[in-house]
Design a protein around this ligand. Structure first.
Ligand code: PLP
Length: 238
């Protein structure tokens, strides 16, 4: 475990330096970018070590794993978000717990978030996930349905849209991925110019270990980094 702790510290320094450089290349500063550590399969002690070393934001992508680990995380030092595919019947485990749900992609899911948030007297912050690569069997609203979903969610009580999230097709050539990131940034900017109730375009969440620097260059202000911080996962998960 000691070695793993040291690795996380070293990796964090590298990722921090890369984020700073990419931010500067795109005319921004390090403070403009949020680093979210994707913590799936990573033991709580390792994540907490990362938090003590300077990670302020973590994201789980499975409800069961989040529930198992939640109480043991250093939540006094880091906020916990949900970044994975979400089923309607699991929303109840997240309300009042996570600071942001990044993966809302349907009216039905948003309605359940709204309904439970009203019941628990909280407002839940969400991102709308966009299926930017139009992949079959992949989460996310298709780009042409984004505006309509946004308008519907805007009218729902106790739910606040804080931005957009996307996961471009895995393994695509760099140029193609960059185009997807650029398109997402365009949607983000377009929506930012509109005045909609309960919508503030604060976060554009895109970029993972393989491409977070490129995502920042294309306009991301939140990157979700897992293996570049914690090392390869023993059991790859979606
Ligand atoms: C696992 C995961 C990441 C991070 O993936 P890495 O390639 O390990 O950086 C980012 N976003 C989501 C939604 C994930 O599930």
């Amino acid at each position: 475990m000691q070695q793993r702790f040291r690795d996380v510290e070293e990796n964090l320094k590298v990722v921090e330096a890369n984020i700073t450089a990419a931010a500067e290349r795109s005319g921004r500063r390090r403070e403009d970018i949020t680093l979210l550590a994707a913590t799936k399969t990573v033991p709580v002690e390792v994540v907490n070590h990362g938090i003590e070393a300077g990670i302020h934001c973590i994201g789980e992508n499975r409800v069961q794993e989040l529930t198992d680990k939640y109480d043991r995380y250093r939540r006094d030092l880091a906020e916990v978000q949900f970044i994975g595919h979400l089923q309607t019947n699991k929303v109840k485990y997240l309300i009042g717990k996570v600071s942001l749900i990044q993966s809302i992609d349907s009216e039905k899911l948003a309605q359940e978030v709204s309904r439970l948030s009203v019941r628990h007297h909280v407002t839940t912050n969400i991102l709308l996930e966009v299926n930017i690569g139009r992949e079959e069997n992949k989460s996310g609203v298709l780009p042409e349905n984004l505006e309509s979903l946004l308008n519907k969610v805007s009218a729902m009580p106790n739910i606040c849209v804080k931005g957009l999230m996307a996961i471009p097709p895995a393994g695509a050539p760099k140029e193609e991925t960059f185009l997807y990131f650029t398109k997402m940034h365009q949607y983000f900017v377009d929506i930012s110019t509109k005045t909609l109730d309960n919508v503030t375009m604060q976060f554009l969440s895109m970029g993972m270990s393989a491409d977070y620097e490129m995502a920042i260059e294309a306009g991301a202000n939140m990157v979700r980094v897992g293996s570049a911080l914690f090392g390869p996962r023993a059991y790859p998960q979606k």
